[in-house]
Design a protein around this ligand. Structure first.
Ligand code: ADP
Ligand code: MG
Length: 448
């Protein structure tokens, strides 16, 4: 992605400017939790320029191009030197050897639970309360009622969070319990490595002797017969020892392609519970919780607005909050509804991919009033043009996700206050002027 962004910018800047801002600028780390992308820049001037002029483009480009949410933070390289050496890759073979070493050690190293994924941090609401209830019951008396617990549902709805919360809870009550959390792919890789390295005994030891086995995204076992066979035996051993097994999946066991009959049937011995997308109220509650955790003060209207923009999943909801936060930092402004709207403009565009263009609106409006798009974008202040122009601006605001400045720009580079004024005016006139009301109504029908 960084390369892509550089190419994009190279095309936009001339060579001197490009070199000034990009040549000795390099990303050095990305924190998946905070979404901070640490970028090394050459000097304070470059830092200032990036913060002021390039940050928001970087954020948008990362999101638009790669679906990555990031919050750029800038660090000035210590000696003002080229940062090159800090990121110079090691020779290929070194990397390979290291990776091999790492892989060998992989399955002896236990995977950590994310410390944030606790019951305390889990907001209950419609859509997840059954799953949350079951998870609590399992944490309370593992290996008894709901064994195995099978949590399924769409991406970003809290399956991993809930599953790990069980692990945390169990460790609170029994600090010496052996809790194993794995992504199902890790299980697959561990298994393959154990065959390669002849360490199958260690592999089995690890998985068959735990008190709580958490297997995340088990749909990846689809069509993998050997793995399923191995997992079957793991399952049997744990189950017979009355150890708790929890699994998550994006679908029901019966819907996982080529999952062996006996696994399907065993998975139904316990409880299968679905998480469905959160309703608005729950989304607001989750956002409020996250904002508090981040130390942000956000008023109810704004929380409501953000929550209403993202109705798909909770990960995206969090992403939206990060975006608003980043935008506020860059703009050095407080978070309110307007700021949130601006910050989320392209998120909405990406999400809904609604294709209505402002130019299309101009075309339709010009046609309707028998004028031209050039006039709409122009400066003439006669009534026959001003009214259609204001209506076109109003419709652009209503029907697209464009921000006020963006609309102004599309209307021949007008100020955003002009657009705001136009929108207010049409809004008022629709209540008093029947002609305007009809026109707006007709135009909306044509456009929609
Ligand atoms: P899944 O595993 O279903 O794809 P995750 O468990 O990774 O989803 O959840 C995505 C993000 O949303 C995580 O950061 C998680 O903490 C958060 N999240 C999900 N559900 C809730 C909830 N009910 N309350 C608070 N945060 C939640
Ligand atoms: Mg998950």
């Amino acid at each position: 992605f960084w390369q892509h962004f550089n190419d994009e910018m190279r095309a936009r800047f001339n060579e001197v400017a490009y070199n000034a801002w990009f040549k000795n600028t390099k990303p050095i780390s990305y924190d998946k939790n905070t979404r901070e992308l640490k970028i090394l820049v050459q000097n304070p001037i470059a830092k200032g320029y990036w913060e002021k002029n390039l940050s928001s483009q970087l954020i948008q480009s990362a999101y638009g191009y790669a679906g990555i949410e990031l919050l750029p933070v800038f660090q000035i390289s210590e000696d003002g030197d080229s940062p090159e050496r800090l990121v110079t890759p090691q020779p290929q073979h070194d990397i390979r050897i290291q990776r091999e070493k790492k892989e060998q050690a992989e399955f002896t190293k236990d995977l950590k639970l994310n410390e944030k994924y606790t019951f305390n941090n889990f907001v209950q609401g419609e859509g997840n309360k059954l799953a949350a209830g079951a998870a609590l019951a399992v944490a309370d008396s593992p290996g008894s009622f709901y064994n195995p617990l099978f949590i399924f549902g769409g991406v970003g709805l809290g399956k991993t969070h809930l599953m790990q919360a069980i692990g945390h809870q169990m460790l609170v009550e029994r600090p010496n319990a052996k809790v194993v959390y794995i992504q199902s792919e890790t299980f697959v890789n561990d298994f393959i490595n154990s065959i390669k390295n002849k360490t199958q005994n260690q592999f089995r030891e690890k998985y068959r002797t735990c008190d709580l086995l958490l297997v995340d995204d088990i749909q990846f076992f689809a069509k993998k017969e050997g793995i399923q066979e191995e997992f079957f035996h793991t399952f049997e051993t744990l189950y017979n020892d009355q150890k708790q097994i929890v699994m998550t999946s994006d679908r029901l066991p019966t819907e996982i392609p080529d999952l062996s009959e006996r696994l399907v049937s065993r998975f139904t011995w316990g409880l299968q519970v679905e998480i469905t997308p959160p309703d608005l109220e729950t989304r607001i509650a989750i956002l409020r919780r996250k904002a508090e955790a981040e130390g942000l003060t956000i008023d109810d209207d704004t929380l409501d607005y953000i929550a209403s923009q993202v109705d798909t999943n909770i990960r995206e909801l969090e992403g939206a909050l990060v975006k608003v936060q980043a935008y506020a930092t860059i703009e050095k402004a407080d978070i309110d509804v307007n700021l949130a709207r601006e910050a989320l403009v392209d998120l909405k565009l990406v999400q809904k991919n609604r294709g209505l263009q402002i130019s299309k609106i101009q075309e339709v409006v010009a046609n309707y009033f028998q004028t031209s798009t050039a006039e709409l974008r122009g400066k003439k202040r006669v009534r026959q043009i001003v009214v259609p122009r204001q209506i076109a601006m109003f419709l652009s605001r209503e029907l697209t996700d464009a921000s006020l400045p963006k609309i102004g720009q599309e209307f021949g580079g007008k100020d955003h206050t002009t657009v705001m004024h136009a929108c207010d005016k049409i809004n008022k006139q629709m209540k008093t002027d029947a002609d305007i009301k009809t026109a707006v109504f007709d135009l909306k029908q044509i456009l929609e």
